[in-house]
Every structure is written in structure tokens, then in C-alpha cells.
Design a binder for this molecule. Structure first.
Ligand SMILES: [Zn+2]
Length: 256
């Protein structure tokens, strides 16, 4: 069983050990729920499904924030329901299915690959379901068609792979103007209004002040990265080999 913590009324978050990956469950009427980015190992995802069943919650739909392997997982026990994503994310997931399968097989083998990365494109500004309003904030920071979700009822922002206390901004480098796109994504998230709870895809849940602190920290990182300042690499969040590698790669790409 997995521990689900209520971070706001009707908003349950569970955090997996691997990559400090969060999954969020939004509770609606009649025991229906919306499952965002269920992750990350097969037993984590199965445990989440068992936990929901134990609470008599029934997934009505899913949402994948972006088409990276760790955000497009599912298991049969979560039910045969639409797993929405932005049209662009769904398209990328389909086009890059082969690579995604390779990654998930390497990182967390044992997932049901028939269900893996099967996304339903959604052209809408909110997720269609009977529960609390879930606004979609689509942008191209971190990945094409990244869709964060804002829950205005509780001021909760499900940020996907942004606004983490553990990771610096990771750019979508194949796209045009990666830093500009990232800034535009941050601007969009910062403009939604009264954020009182921030849930990053990897990292720890924070309050409104922490949300603003992370926006500032990410903007500062981007400023330094863009200027080519060596201090960009001294961001306190860069404290693992893989993150150091990611930072070096984006630094080189911008300044080679
Ligand atoms: Zn991720």
C-alpha cells in the first residue's frame, strides 16, 4: 500500500522513492477520481491502484503532464479510462513510442507495455470530468505540449516537471529557443493566480511562498544559464551526477 497524503481538500499525493516522483489523485463526486502521472515502478503503480481500491475510489480519467516515460505509466487495475494529454504530448508519445519503451524497460522493467504511453489527445482548457475544475496550462517548456494542471478550487498547481526543489529547469532542447520557451512556461504558471499549494512532478510539495521562491529560483537559473555565467552550475539543486550532466549539456548547447 502507498501512503497518500491530502495536501489540499480532495487532493491526494503519493511520492515514490525513485527520483522523488509524485503522483496526484483528485477526488470527485461519487467516489470518482482523476489520476495524474501515476508512477513510477510497477509495484508503485500497482500499490497506488490498490490504495485507491481500498478507499473505494474509482479512476474516471487520467492526465499525463508530458510525454516522458515516467509520466505515461498505467496499470490495468487503474481501469480502462481515457488518459488525457495535450494533443502535442499525445502525438509525441505516439511518435516516440519506441524510444519511450526502451527507456521504461531500462529504468523500471515490468510495466504493462500495452497500456504504456496510450494517451488520448485533448483540445480543451480543462479536463472533462464531473469533479473539481482542473484547468490545463499547456506550454513547451521542458517538453513539447507540457500540460500543467491548476485546481482553482484549492489553489493547487500540479506543475509536472517544473518548479521542483530538487531539479533545475531542464530545457526542451530540440525545440526553437529553449530558454525563451521555458520562460514562457514559467510565466504561464506564475500568472494563474492564487497558488497556495505547489506539487512538482519530482520533489516536495510546497505552499504559496515556496511556489514563488521556486519561480524566482528557476528564473535566476535561466538568467545565469543564458548569460553563460559559471554560477549557473552552482545552483544548490545540482548535487547529483545526472543533474550535473544535464546542466553541462544545456550549458554547452547554448554556449558552444
Ligand atoms: Zn519526470
Amino acid at each position: 500500500m502507498r501512503q497518500l497524503t491530502e495536501v489540499a481538500p480532495g487532493v491526494l499525493v503519493t511520492t515514490a522513492e525513485m527520483y522523488t516522483t509524485t503522483s496526484t489523485v483528485l477526488v470527485g463526486p461519487d467516489a470518482a477520481c482523476l489520476v495524474v502521472d501515476p508512477a513510477i515502478t510497477p509495484s508503485d503503480v500497482a500499490g497506488l491502484a490498490a490504495e485507491l481500491a481500498g478507499r473505494r475510489l474509482r479512476p474516471a480519467a487520467g492526465w499525463a503532464t508530458h510525454p516522458h516515460w515516467d509520466h505515461v505509466l498505467w496499470c490495468a487495475e487503474l481501469g480502462d479510462v481515457p488518459r488525457y494529454a495535450t494533443p502535442r504530448a499525445a502525438e509525441v508519445a505516439e511518435r516516440e513510442r519506441h524510444d519511450l519503451i526502451e527507456e521504461v524497460t531500462q529504468e523500471t522493467p515490468g510495466h504493462d507495455l500495452e497500456l504504456f504511453a496510450r494517451l488520448t489527445p485533448l483540445s480543451a482548457d480543462r479536463i472533462p470530468w464531473d469533479g473539481p475544475v482542473a484547468q490545463i496550462l499547456a506550454h513547451n517548456a521542458h517538453e513539447a505540449g507540457h500540460g500543467a494542471v491548476f485546481l482553482p478550487g484549492t489553489g493547487t498547481l500540479l506543475a509536472g516537471d517544473m518548479l521542483s526543489d530538487l531539479e533545475v529547469p531542464l530545457l526542451y532542447t530540440p525545440g526553437p529557443d529553449p530558454v525563451g520557451q521555458y520562460r514562457a512556461g514559467l510565466d504561464l504558471l506564475a500568472s494563474v493566480g492564487d497558488v497556495r499549494v505547489i506539487v512538482p512532478g519530482h520533489g516536495h510539495v510546497g505552499d504559496g511562498a515556496e511556489f514563488r521562491r521556486r519561480v524566482d529560483a528557476d528564473l535566476r537559473y535561466l538568467d545565469r544559464l543564458e548569460r553563460g555565467a559559471p554560477s549557473a552550475g552552482q545552483d544548490e539543486r545540482i548535487n547529483s551526477d545526472w543533474l550535473r550532466g544535464e546542466h553541462d549539456r544545456q550549458f554547452r548547447m547554448l554556449h558552444q
